[in-house]
Design a protein around this ligand. Structure first.
Ligand code: P6P
Length: 335
């Protein structure tokens, strides 16, 4: 029987063999994985744990917070603040950055996360997930400010997500490809179930919220219309559509079997570049997708090149199978 490799062993070997993961980063990733296990336990309890429904508050995005949003956020903060690997954290659920309390040693990493993405799916038992991104704190000055977080996604040193679905699966990159770890609940550990993940360059499956069609910009409408025209249209092939309304689940499907995911700018709120957040949704997902051979743009530019200007900045997202993303990007540049 081929030996099962735990997340811990994978990280140690990546550290020892490739020198890709300094000890402090390995500790950070192990702690984040343990926090995801704890969140998975709460999610899996559902109504039995009294964790469904809303918390009666709003987050910085003006979105109603679910009880599990707050629980997941607290789990990640409490798991990561004492280890000495972090200088500060930032979360979709918190207005400003969270500095590691002075009673704990300060580390050299910055951790950003969407603690529970897709939370509109919590109460209807559809897959949700935690998305995280790791940057190095810029050197040369004491303390941490929000500006220290405002680095392009290309500066990430680790990124990943944990999808809480039929399986609980942690997906991770440190810049040497993408690996997937499935939670073995009997052992309580994440086990390597796939590495060197590759996204097919072509696909017949697109993911977008079709109810927004009348609000889309022309290039997006052109692309989707061509998909809908199928084998009789200019693409000469039929397409399938999926929209789970949980980015983690849609991206996991794309990493697993290909596809294109789009949450583009639309006319509903013209001053908003898009719905998804750059720092802790688009950047980590864009790096994972690129590390698996896919592409990720905002319709015009590579997402990982974008210079953030504020912590909770939003962005338009087109990611997945490289040839399809290139086509949508080309349509935007031609427009
Ligand atoms: P809509 C979840 O709220 C989220 O941020 C992403 O996970 C998901 O892809 C998107 O929003 C769904 O948005 O407008 O279809 O509900």
């Amino acid at each position: 029987m081929n030996q099962r490799i735990s997340l811990s062993r994978y990280l140690v070997e990546q550290q020892r063999v490739d020198g890709l993961i300094p000890a402090q980063l390995r500790l950070l990733l192990e702690v984040v994985a343990r926090a995801c296990k704890s969140i998975s336990q709460s999610v899996n309890k559902g109504a039995l744990g009294g964790v469904l429904g809303t918390a009666g508050s709003e987050n910085v995005q003006g979105e109603v917070q679910k009880k599990l949003d707050i629980i997941a956020n607290e789990v990640l903060i409490e798991a990561n603040e004492w280890g000495g690997h972090l200088a500060a954290m930032a979360s979709e659920e918190m207005d400003s950055i969270y500095l590691v309390p002075n009673r704990y040693p300060q580390g050299e990493y910055l951790l950003m996360f969407d603690p529970l993405d897709g939370s509109s799916n919590i109460d209807v038992n559809v897959s949700i997930g935690t998305i995280f991104s790791v940057l190095k704190k810029p050197e040369g000055h004491p303390g941490v400010t929000e500006e220290d977080f405002l680095q392009p996604g290309a500066q990430q040193v680790a990124a990943g997500y944990c999808v809480y679905g039929p399986q609980t699966t942690l997906v991770l990159t440190v810049g040497d490809g993408v690996a997937m770890f499935t939670l073995d609940r009997e052992m309580g550990s994440f086990v390597l179930t796939q590495e060197n993940v590759r996204i097919p360059e072509d696909t017949k499956e697109f993911a977008i919220n079709m109810s927004n069609m009348r609000h889309w910009d022309a290039p997006v409408k052109r692309y989707v219309d061509e998909c809908l025209a199928g084998v009789e249209g200019p693409r000469n092939k039929d397409f399938n559509m999926r929209w789970i309304a949980s980015m983690v689940a849609d991206v996991h499907r794309i990493l697993t079997r290909g596809g294109i995911f789009m949450y583009p700018w639309d006319k509903r709120e013209p001053n908003k570049p898009g719905k998804l957040r750059l720092m802790y949704e688009a950047n980590p997902m864009a790096w994972l997708v690129e590390q698996a051979g896919g592409a990720a743009t905002n319709g015009r530019e590579r997402i990982l090149n974008l210079q953030p200007t504020k912590l909770h900045e939003r962005v338009s997202v087109v990611l997945g199978s490289r040839n399809e993303v290139d086509r949508v990007t080309r349509y935007h540049l031609e427009a």
